[in-house]
Design a protein around this ligand. Structure first.
Ligand SMILES: NC(=O)c1ccc[n+]([C@@H]2O[C@H](COP(=O)([O-])OP(=O)(O)OC[C@H]3O[C@@H](n4cnc5c(N)ncnc54)[C@H](O)[C@@H]3O)[C@@H](O)[C@H]2O)c1
Ligand SMILES: [Zn+2]
Length: 361
């Protein structure tokens, strides 16, 4: 088992990463939490697959409740948050209690927000069970729910006591979810870590086939990159924006296609292709590096019919994005693999052209 430290001004916490480490959870928990009230927040699907291993590790004398939320993005709602508060109150959970978020990003965000707000805050442990949650959402403290008018609009920062990522749990993950998490892993390679990119060039298929050792390594490297960004962000504000590589293009696709026809990770993969095209077209990135990037991205199958995309509409969508400031679209681009930079878009035609490559895909 390996440990990555997230060392921030007001708190410090470890991210534990390993494969088949479930049996270490109890010992680690005892080190960080001495209280007696524990709520495990999860969904039934995840709990049926992996819950027994976790429950076995909880202190025998603790008051334990298991709270189920529905599967899917719609669980991140006021209604389900309220249900959680009600169950915690009915069970007389006090200020010193602990919430364990056991699931993917949906459970992590919702349970994390409950932990940030219930009685003005109780303790939290993030136990992520999807690739996306292990490499991204469980680290950095952003928690929250959706509002009917938009995703992730209501939220808080809540750092956990620790994050516990067992890559073995990913064996039961559907292939589509592996591909989605892989979008974020590839992103870290593009913007920050050329070695990771090269490792992916050699091992992408093994990762998509869920080879345990490859996944463990990818989680370890990616969680390390996310932790570094979160730490540096404290000193260089808005550095977290580097994580938007491929996302500004991707969000336009997600909103245009109503989140249902396209998954977030797929949109990010297509968005990264657009970002590479934009960077090469503007002369920031060599054609050779662009080709290399495209070759890796093309190896991830994406189930989305991009032949019908309308570049004009997508550029309009992009301009409406809540992150656009003073009418300027800010992009994260790369000048070579492993090296990002920020760019303010002057010519929207270049954006249109970049979306256009999806039609040729
Ligand atoms: N807080 C952040 O910084 C941050 C960052 C990125 C994304 N997010 C959020 O994360 C969410 C997406 O997270 P996600 O991609 O993990 O989706 P998810 O939580 O919906 O999980 C995907 C699916 O996998 C299932 N599942 C989970 N673990 C499993 C396992 N081990 N075996 C089999 N099935 C399993 C879930 O039940 C679900 O059906 C979004 O709501 C997004 O907004 C948050
Ligand atoms: Zn993302």
């Amino acid at each position: 088992m390996r440990q990555i430290d997230v060392d921030l001004k007001y708190c410090k916490y470890p991210v534990f990463v390993g494969s088949g480490i479930t049996n270490d959870f109890g010992n680690i928990l005892r080190k960080y939490y001495a209280g007696r009230q524990i709520a495990v927040i999860t969904n039934e699907h995840i709990f049926n697959l992996h819950g027994a291993g976790l429950m076995d590790q909880l202190p025998k004398d603790a008051e334990i409740v298991t709270l189920f939320v529905p599967d899917g993005e719609h669980a991140k709602s006021f209604e389900h948050l309220q249900n959680l508060y009600t169950r915690l109150l009915e069970n007389h959970f006090e200020r010193g209690s602990l919430i364990i978020a056991f699931g993917g990003g949906v459970v992590g965000d919702l349970a994390g927000f409950a932990a940030a707000t219930y009685l003005r805050g109780v303790q939290l442990v993030q136990y992520p069970t999807t690739l996306l949650a292990q490499v991204d959402s469980s680290i950095g403290g952003k928690v929250g729910i959706n509002h009917p008018l938009g995703k992730n609009l209501i939220g808080a920062f809540k750092h956990p006591l620790f994050v516990f990522s067992d890559s073995r749990l990913l064996q039961t993950l559907p292939d589509a979810e592996i591909r989605c998490g892989m979008g974020e892993v590839i992103k870290y390679g593009f913007i920050l870590n050329k070695d990771l990119f090269e490792y992916l060039e050699r091992n992408l298929e093994r990762a998509l086939q869920k080879e345990d050792e490859v996944l463990r390594r990818l989680v370890l490297i990616s969680a390390g990159e996310k932790a570094k960004v979160v730490m540096r962000d404290e000193r260089e504000s808005r550095l977290r924006m580097v994580l938007n590589f491929g996302h500004t293009f991707g969000h336009a696709l997600e909103t245009e296609y109503h989140f249902s026809e396209i998954k977030h990770g797929e949109a990010v993969i297509l968005g990264m292709k657009c970002a590479l095209e934009f960077a090469a077209d503007s002369g920031f990135l060599s054609k050779q590096e662009q080709r290399r990037g495209m070759e890796l991205l093309n190896r991830v199958p994406v189930k989305f019919d991009s032949s019908a995309v309308d570049p004009d509409r997508l550029v309009e969508r992009m301009a409406l994005d809540k992150k656009v400031k003073d009418g300027k679209i800010r992009l994260v681009l790369i000048e070579q693999i492993g090296k990002y930079f920020f760019h303010s878009v002057e010519d929207k035609n270049l954006l249109k052209h970049a979306f256009g490559i999806l039609k040729k895909d």
